[in-house]
Ligand binder design. Sequence first.
Ligand SMILES: NC(=O)N[C@@H](CC(=O)O)C(=O)O
Ligand SMILES: [Zn+2]
Ligand SMILES: [Zn+2]
Length: 436
Amino acid sequence: MNPRYLLTSVAPLGADPVDVLLADGVIAAIGPDARAQAGDATEIHGAGLVLLPGLVDLHTHLREPGREDAETIRTGTRAAALGGFTAVHAMANTSPTQDTAGVVEQVWRLGREAGWVDVHPVGAVTVGLAGLQLAELGAMAQSQAEVRVFSDDGKCVHDPVLMRRALEYVKAFDGVVAQHAQEPRLTENAQMHEGVVSAELGLAGWPAVAEEAIIARDVLLAEHVGSRLHVCHLSTAGSVEIVRWAKSRGIDVTAEVTPHHLLLTDDLARGYDPVFKVNPPLRTEADVEAVRAGLADGTIDIVATDHAPHTREDKDCEWAAAAFGMTGLETALSVVQQTMVDTGRLTWADVARVLSTTPARIGRVTDHGRPIAVGEPANLVLVDPAARRTVDPAAQATKSVNSPYRGRELPGCVVATFLRGRATVLDGTPCDEDAR
Ligand SMILES: NC(=O)N[C@@H](CC(=O)O)C(=O)O
Ligand SMILES: [Zn+2]
Ligand SMILES: [Zn+2]
């Protein structure tokens, strides 16, 4: 039997409250019909709650295969469901690398078995992320995993000829190359953003131009070959300017910003706590303002978490030795609410666009990020914007504790998440057993 849920007085995309009935895996009725057809449906009191399409992350590191000590597909996707996600794209920098049909199919299958969210593996652009030879992009696209997003994330596809070939190649199956824009020579040994703070701390700096130079090159390459480009975790004011210019020229480019680049600055490095060490680095106040403005005006298309779990061993050490990356699946929506909704820069309908509809479109995921309408698959999240909570990394579902928000109070809470009409989260708690 498929579960049935009657969500009473919920606000779809923040609009006027209505009743919504979920049955047989779809949105079965909206409005007065919902209660009339509810029968024995489980009732969820939704007054004050916002109903959004299930969130879609274009950039998640699940670490399996290879680093199951930091995260597994099971723990990472459970964290994703708690964060309101119904689909995630699993980055390719696993061990072995997701650079063959065999490995991406394994990740896809493990995701299905876990059942928390739909897992869409990202394929590597080059063999072993080594930047020397194109991976079997076509075979990954044609595999059961139906890969559409290709990325060497963690590394930049630096060779312009390889980048050009990748952009040309993925056109055949409507794929996209997601670039980690980092000029390697300009960032050798770099530890944090190059600026006043890095000079004060004596840490090797990472200049904004190292990101901007690659984005500028890549939008021109994408224009030249008539292909689709996606820019991962854009972080500087200059990057926003370049993407704005590229779009005004009609270049087919999309860009993402992470929650942490919307909120945090390089000032946090002053405590030398490696929890704030991330790639690309936290930037300045002016950059934070520029990425917020870029997201508000549509220059930046989406928010993606870049959830990057690391073990204590890899993170609890001196700054220079620590791994780059921070967790983010369970806090993303709250950070977007704090920085963009509570500041009046985005509506909840905009949040649905940047965290669900557009990432689904970029990743060519057809059954997520859909309108909230009768007959649509019931991939949904119910949010309480009035709730507040203090982040405790040890209490999160992710296996790693490298959250930069430890001890911070954040607004908003995921009350329930539904994947094809089945609850993965209810009352803010994961639905571990039952008929999922
Ligand atoms: N973001 C990070 O700092 N680290 C990521 C790699 C990446 O996204 O570049 C990781 O895999 O740990
Ligand atoms: Zn990256
Ligand atoms: Zn990443």
